[in-house]
Design a protein around this ligand. Sequence first.
Ligand code: C2E
Ligand code: CA
Ligand code: CA
Length: 653
Amino acid sequence: MSDAEQPKNRRILVIDDNEAIHQDFRKILAGQAATSSLRELKAALLGAEPAQAEPIRYEIDAALQGQEGCQKVRAAVARGSPYGVAFVDMRMPPGWDGLETIEQIWREDPDVQVVICTAYSDYSWDDVVARFGQSDRLLLLKKPFDNAEVCQLACALTEKWYLARQARLQLQELEEMVQTRTAELQVSNRQLQDQIAERRSAEERLRHDAFHDALTGLPNRALFMDRLTHCTERRLRQPDRQFAVLFLDLDNFKVINDGLGHAAGDELLVKVAARLSASVRAVDSLARIGDDLTARLGGDEFVILLDDLQRPNDAVLVAERVQKHLSPPFSIGGHDIVISSSIGIALGGQPGKSADELLRDADTAMYRAKSAGKAQHALFDEAMHAAAMGRLKLENDLRRAIEQQHFVLEYQPILALDTRALRGFEALLRWRHAERGLIAPGEFIPVSEETGLIVPLGHWVLQEVCRQITGWNACRPSGRDLSVSVNISKRQMADPGFIDQVRAVLRESGADGGNLKFEITESVIMENPKSIIAILHQLQGLKIESHMDDFGTGQSSLGYLQEFPFDVLKIDRAFVQCMARSRKHAAIIQAIVNLAHNLNMKVVAEGIETDEQLAQLQALDCDYGQGFLLSPPLSADAASALLTALAEPCSTR
Ligand code: C2E
Ligand code: CA
Ligand code: CA
């Protein structure tokens, strides 16, 4: 309560059984202002003018008996305007005496300052002390008293009461303030704690996200490499401690992703991750890599770090266990999906190998497992690395060679077996390598197929062949149907722009489609029969014949054959070469020739190396032949010369 809220008047209670005394007190104190040097001092200290302070008046109540006085004290406390001072007569028969009254008053309000009014003979201060002890709330006023005594007591005691009360109120106010501040501090402290906890969990989340794959929740490449680096460093100190890296790639994951959609693909990856985690000991760190950084390259690539192996061979056992765990079907969107995986294993055996090198080795081994037919594992060895490096170099050289057109074509004659007349050539590609001379296609065609480089390369072959055809035709008598067979790879057939490209080459070169034959292997046909049939029909529209190459090496059923508009079957040279030794092979060739003729197709036998083979094929009624016996592949010049020898002179190039 502030000063302004303090009751302006000081309340005084007079308890005396003599009403005249009440009147005396009223008279003595009426008109007295409750000012004091204390108040003035306070006003001066606080800078307020004491003259301006409203004068404080006494308000005087009276009671005839102790009981009545007590009731008044109680009521005053309840109203919030307590008495400051009570003048209590000592003798008030027949009620309580003064001491009893005081005791009861203080029960109601312990702050009341009491002046005991007593005759000299009645009580001594010792009696009072004996009852209440030394109390600063008590004064003794001996009757008969002087008016000035009453005034001084009233003034001093009400002021004392006022100041004590105010000090208490201020203390209370302070305590309340401290309490609310404490409560506020507690709240803001709690909020701070919450904020700290929140930030800490956000940081933890960030740290987790930085080191984990969002889709599967597995550790990511960064965390994996960290662990692997740790292993390679430890290896220098503890050479006996064995560890290994398993690089796992799902086989044909793309088929599932493309066929069932990416959501299904993701679901599969999550389930694979769970099975992988379960199949590897808890201490082995397991991570999926490539999702964020190189998503196109490796969304289905997982790596496993096997730490502290008993024996190196345990890595192979884990790889087998992992593959076994992945083999039961996965239920994805109502489909049962069976997948296999290829695993490359690199042992942390060699001290000094970096984490990157180990991961690369495991990747190389995985690649080896894939190219060996998938669904298997392969252990890395250094020869593999050399092969991988060699392949990488080949790939780079090949890219450059295509840019710089370091290729040539050779032409191997194809003859009619009955007359030995030249029917055409097969164009065979060679790479004119600066250091290695001519490189045979067996070495670079598979790489160019895998890398897609076969598409520009095949385009070049087609252009070159058409250019050659128009050159040869320009100086050949019309009507001599010479043709050149071109090998077309799987990637070219799958290229949506293939037919347009063929059309454009024909148009630009002025060559006639009737002079072109496309050789397509049986294995290409089986991979996507529907679209191949459509392409073959489009080729028919361009007058380009389709020849089925390497017939007998694929898995095509003979019955299937009639659905494809092929003009010629080329019997694979493996059959031709086994023919003399095995009657079975001769019988197969016989069957193929009969079947082809029944389906209105011609037959070419390739790889004829001996007279015996030639005679046998002739006897089997095979239409055409090709092989070293008849002629090796010829340079363009040599082929031109051959044509010249067969007809009138001609400059061909
Ligand atoms: P292919 O289509 O089976 O080609 C015939 C292969 O047999 C040629 O090998 C040829 O030189 C070889 N050859 C010919 N006569 C005989 C013989 O009497 N005995 C033996 N053992 N082999 C004989 P080359 O030139 O090394 O070609 C290998 C393969 O490379 C070809 O097999 C073909 O699949 C592919 N190829 C060649 N040129 C091209 C091309 O321009 N494009 C595409 N996509 N592939 C090509
Ligand atoms: Ca061929
Ligand atoms: Ca062939």
